[in-house]
Design a protein around this ligand. Structure first.
Ligand code: NCD
Length: 303
């Protein structure tokens, strides 16, 4: 098992299975059962970009396991505002905490941080790069709510800048999933990633039309257009609102379809879909807690 969690590319299928198979034992604790597994341990959360679920689910996971959390707080109130480099911050926090969860706008930041860190670095998103812990909770959601073997999945939205889908596609190729990538042509999955996926034997097809595949998939994974990554706001305006999942569209869906979304959603899933039997995005965000519990326990060598 890698000591840092930087990218799904660093994990074999066996290693992913070892993690996923541990998650179920943490579900009761995520629902409130007491545990002192990580008592005396300290997690540092360093978020240089906005976050709700990722930061709070790591915090929830740590606290419900009896551990404690320190955080950088508002960037303006930390030495980041004085110009401290990420490398120096990492070296310092390494003398305080037992593990670091890092979110940073620069692609590659987590990998760089790991080079300077004597404690485990957990990548909670590096720019448009990777988001491996989101992928682990996505895989766990599929395991619990659908089926990972023989999976047919459509991944919709911003496949260029979306780090969740980059990580997810790498992992799903290890499970031989049949993937359809759906995006506007400006936001297709980067060629380098597609090449890697094909090398791993992945079956992928591409389209810009959800209607083509909605009747033929087990999972519809919807993503937000990543407005903050567009160098030119005018380019964002051209693709904003490209997709909208509605009850009408779902009329041709399979009965067993589940809809996932890493959240936050903007307007890509109509709120009327929330009460259909297909919606699983809120369950998915709950599974983030037991998945992150398992990751913290493994990183802090408590299991
Ligand atoms: C995602 C992210 O930060 O990449 N959010 C999350 O962690 N659940 C997705 C997004 O912001 O669109």
């Amino acid at each position: 098992m890698p000591s840092h969690i930087i990218s799904m590319r660093d994990f074999s299928r066996d290693e992913i299975d070892v993690i996923l198979n541990r998650v179920k034992e943490f579900e009761p604790i995520a629902r409130g059962k007491r545990s002192a597994l990580l008592s005396g341990k300290l997690l540092a959360t360093l978020f240089y970009e906005p976050s709700t679920r990722t930061r709070l689910s790591f915090e929830t996971a740590m606290k419900r396991l009896g551990g404690e959390v320190i955080d950088l707080g508002a960037l303006e109130a930390s030495s980041v505002a004085k110009g401290e480099t990420l490398a120096d911050t990492i070296r310092v926090i390494g003398n305080y905490a037992d593990a670091i969860v890092l979110r940073h706008p620069r692609e590659g930041a987590a990998r760089m941080a790991a080079e300077y860190s004597k404690i485990p670095i957990i990548n909670a998103g590096d720019g448009a790069g990777h988001h491996p812990t989101q992928t682990l909770l996505d895989l766990y959601t599929i395991m619990r709510e659908s089926n990972l073997s023989g999976l047919k999945i459509a991944i919709v939205g911003d496949l260029k800048y979306g780090r969740t889908v980059h990580s997810l596609a790498y992992a799903l190729s290890l499970y031989h999933a049949d993937m359809t990538l759906i995006s506007p042509k400006q936001l297709v999955m980067p060629d380098t990633i597609k090449k890697d996926l094909k090398k791993q034997g992945a079956v992928i097809s591409e389209t810009s039309n959800i209607e083509d595949v909605i009747g033929d998939v087990d999972v519809l994974y919807v993503t937000r257009i990543q407005k903050e990554r567009f160098p030119d706001p005018a380019e964002y305006q051209k693709v904003a609102g490209s997709y909208r999942i509605t009850e009408e569209l779902l009329k041709s869906a399979r009965d067993n379809l589940i809809i996932m979304h890493p959240l936050p959603r903007v307007d890509e899933i109509d709120t009327s879909v929330d009460r259909t039997r297909y919606a699983r995005y809120f369950e998915q965000s709950f599974y983030g807690v037991p998945v992150r519990m398992a990751l913290l326990a493994i990183a802090m060598e408590a299991v």
